[in-house]
Design a protein around this ligand. Structure first.
Ligand code: ZN
Length: 764
């Protein structure tokens, strides 16, 4: 019984983000389709080879996608929204990109399909749409073509399919309401056809992803698993894969399924190997997901060796990544700027493949009573065990501050009802105050300036002078526009998380640690390696300068601790909560400094607060409690008359409404430009209790500037739900990616709409 090594998928974007650039060139008409196809083929070949060369036995196929793998599945099932269909009889890449990006028709934008976060990751998938008359049929042969491609290169291929029930769960009903599960019989007939084709290609194993099994599912969805796998089983062997959390709560159902193996993520949430071994049918493969697909630290292989050893010879065992390596950067070897002893702590996707191989080899050797490989595993982790001696990691002052954390207030002095009077008196803002979320357009010149400074092509004095000139321009524009609360515009910030990471102790940065966020968009998360502290003020120079230029209040913008943590690769030797508290104390120092210099409005952005939410409801309460505490510690130092804002980039928050209230921010701005009734009711609930709110009144991503009349209609709609004393007027997100002309046009219409409404005596 040889122990097999496999991955659940490999990053598709390419070591140098080749896919990103190819897509963008293709969209801009700079390369033709055949060139794009060729680049895709080159990347797939390279990624298969990298895995094979690292010792992976089963090569995954089906992880490559032109935009997103859920969208590829929709294409394969011929689930294409009518508005995106092309005229041609056969669907092509144009159709695929219409779904993901929208397109213009008769000067009107046909909207793309919705994008949503992939479970609790920072990857976004394209949400499948289901209509009442939905019919699935096999279409779009990408998977089969890629399998042929890999087979022709003599790889042992393990195709990946997104399982039918997860597919239905992840989609949404459009138009007339109906139960998505009613589509299952038709859907299964297509899956059956797919499996038949795979079988005809002599495929042995198929990886069928059913990640929703980690959630707490309604009974009828769980029950559907029984009949589904009864029907699908028999043609090829099925490895049912789950990831991002444990599945112990579902074992009663899972163990009854007609499948041939189960993959469990043993990294995300408490491994219980003995339980799995005891419960799973004896003939099943257990695929142990022990190599973390979502972080970049080396694996303590010897630890896993000890845990898995009792199973050797007892059951068919596979070793794999916890989830797809989609969420990991590709290759540590090309990082040239990391200090040698620090670099030794990490493993990217390629190195993680080698880890899988090492663990397989040691376990296989154990089966043959050979223990030499065990020593290799211990040796491998030595550098990480020595980490505790590193001064880059431990900071005694940070430890001391955390121990004393209960000596500082965890909430503001006075309740909102008292604060609001003081704040309104001090700020003296008109009704329906207008503001923006924080960032202004980042022109090519600004990016170039930062690049030159980073590469020592200009000195600090020149750089600061230039940044201040941009701030001045941004202030002048805002005054011209007539906005009530101004911002400094953030020209000095490359990214809202990276910027703070670069200015705090405890972070390092990679050169090429890119991870796909959606489509061609990638992020390069900072790495938290040690205790976090702030040595000196980060933003005060810029924000104070902005305030010196105007009599209007400047809102100081800071990124919140929870967001900085979730958009970084966190360390794994301490709890998330501890990391967040260290960040909270650092940002708290910044808040204190801003207030000291007379900044009367401070906004803490927490777009990732919701992202950190555990997947199981039963785990959420605990998370929300500490996340709220972290926010409150960040801002509790300020005087009652200082106004605290927070911004969140999502509109679905009815389920965490009470937590948003518990943040006790004075003003929250949210992404609500496309608000529906449910959303408005949520807002009404907030404002009835406390807080002022700025539901974004227009979508900054829309290519057409909203007209004054459209904005008036929107504000009037909001006023039906929100008392006029509590409503702020702002766009739905930062303006960093927008151009100046459209920004000016939209903001000008926004300000004039607010002014017009203020004048009207019939304002409710
Ligand atoms: Zn936003």
């Amino acid at each position: 019984m040889t122990i097999i090594g496999h991955t659940l998928g490999f990053p598709r974007i390419g070591l140098h983000r080749e896919l990103k650039y190819a897509l963008e060139y293709y969209w801009n008409g700079k390369i033709k389709e055949n060139k794009l196809l060729e680049i895709g083929r080159t990347l797939r070949r390279r990624h298969w080879k990298q895995q094979k060369d690292s010792g992976i036995d089963w090569i995954p196929v089906g992880d490559f996608a032109w935009y997103d793998h859920v969208l590829t599945t929709s294409m394969m099932l011929n689930n294409i929204p009518n508005r995106h269909r092309t005229d041609q009889e056969n669907d092509n890449l144009t159709t695929l990109f219409r779904i993901s990006r929208g397109y213009s028709f008769n000067k009107k934008l046909i909207p793309p399909a919705e994008m949503k976060k992939w479970f609790n990751t920072n990857y976004h998938y394209i949400v499948p749409e289901f209509v009442h008359t939905q019919e699935f049929r096999l279409n779009w042969m990408q998977l089969f073509d890629e399998i042929d491609e890999a087979l022709s290169l003599k790889y042992t291929v393990k195709p990946i399919l997104l399982g039918p029930i997860s597919y239905l769960w992840l989609g949404k009903v459009k138009g007339k309401k109906f139960d998505r599960l009613s589509l299952l019989p038709n859907l299964l007939s297509v899956y059956q056809e797919i499996l038949d084709i795979l079988s005809s290609k002599n495929i042995d194993w198929v990886q069928i992803d059913e990640p929703i099994l980690v959630l707490e599912l309604p009974f009828q969805w769980l029950e559907a698993y029984l009949s589904t796998y009864e029907q699908l089983h028999g043609t090829v062997k099925l490895l049912l894969t789950t990831y991002f959390d444990n599945i112990y709560h579902q074992l009663d159902i899972i163990t009854q399924l007609k499948i041939d193996g189960l993959h469990a993520d043993l990294v995300s949430n408490s491994d219980n190997i003995p339980l799995l071994h005891a419960q799973l049918p004896k003939h099943w493969v257990l695929s142990a997901g022990v190599i973390n697909g979502r972080n970049i630290w080396k694996t303590n292989l010897h630890n896993w060796f000890k845990k898995l050893s009792p199973l050797v010879g007892e059951r068919k065992l596979w070793i794999g990544s916890s989830c797809s390596f989609l969420h990991s950067p590709i290759d540590l070897n090309i990082e040239t700027k990391l200090k040698k002893h620090i670099k030794e702590w990490f493993a990217f996707a390629v190195q993680k493949c080698c880890e899988i191989k090492m663990l397989c080899t040691a376990l296989n050797a154990k089966y043959a009573d050979d223990s030499t490989h065990e020593d290799i595993l211990s040796e491998y982790y030595v550098s990480n065990n020595l980490r505790s001696d590193s001064s880059a990691i431990y900071n005694i002052q940070v430890k001391k501050r955390l121990e004393d954390i209960n000596e500082i207030a965890h909430s503001r002095c006075a309740p909102y009802a008292t604060r609001v009077t003081l704040q309104h008196k001090k700020l003296n803002l008109p009704l329906l105050p207008t503001t923006t979320i924080g960032s202004f357009p980042q022109t090519k010149e600004i990016r170039k300036l930062r690049f030159r400074f980073k590469n020592n092509q200009i000195n600090k004095e020149d750089y600061h002078l230039n940044i201040k000139n941009y701030i001045k321009e941004i202030i002048i524009e805002q005054e011209k526009l007539g906005l009530d609360v101004l911002v400094h515009g953030e020209p000095e910030r490359n990214d809202m998380v990276e910027y703070f990471g670069e200015n705090l102790n405890g972070f390092i940065f990679t050169q090429n640690g890119w991870v796909q966020s959606y489509g061609s968009r990638c992020v390069k998360p900072p790495v938290i390696i040690g205790d976090i502290s702030r040595s000196k003020p980060i933003t005060t120079e810029w924000i104070n300068y902005a305030q010196s230029l105007t009599k209007k209040p400047i809102k100081g913008i800071l990124t919140g601790p929870v967001t900085i943590m979730y958009w970084s690769f966190p360390r794994e030797d301490i709890q998330r909560k501890t990391i967040a508290l260290q960040l909270a104390l650092s940002i708290r120092d910044e808040v204190i400094d801003l207030e000291k210099f007379g900044i009367g409005i401070i906004q803490i952005d927490e777009p990732a607060l919701r992202e950190g939410l555990p997947l199981k409801h039963s785990d959420q309460k605990k998370y929300l409690e500490w996340a709220i505490d972290v926010f409150r510690i960040t801002v509790s130092s300020v005087k009652d008359e200082t106004q605290i804002h927070t911004h969140m980039c999502y509109s679905e928050f009815s389920d965490i409404m009470d937590s948003i209230l518990a943040l006790d921010a004075d003003v929250i701005s949210i992404e609500a430009s496309r608000s529906d009734e449910k959303m408005l009711q949520s807002i009404q609930y907030v404002t009835k209790n406390l807080n002022e709110i700025g539901p974004g009144i227009y979508d900054i991503h829309s290519p057409n500037a909203p007209t004054q009349n459209e904005l008036i209609t929107k504000i009037n709609q909001l006023l039906k739900y929100i008392p006029k004393q509590r409503l702020w007027i702002n766009p739905d997100c930062g303006l960093k990616t927008r151009s100046w002309p459209e920004t000016k046009q939209s903001l000008s219409n926004m300000v004039s709409a607010a002014k017009l409404l203020r004048k009207q005596s019939y304002l409710p």
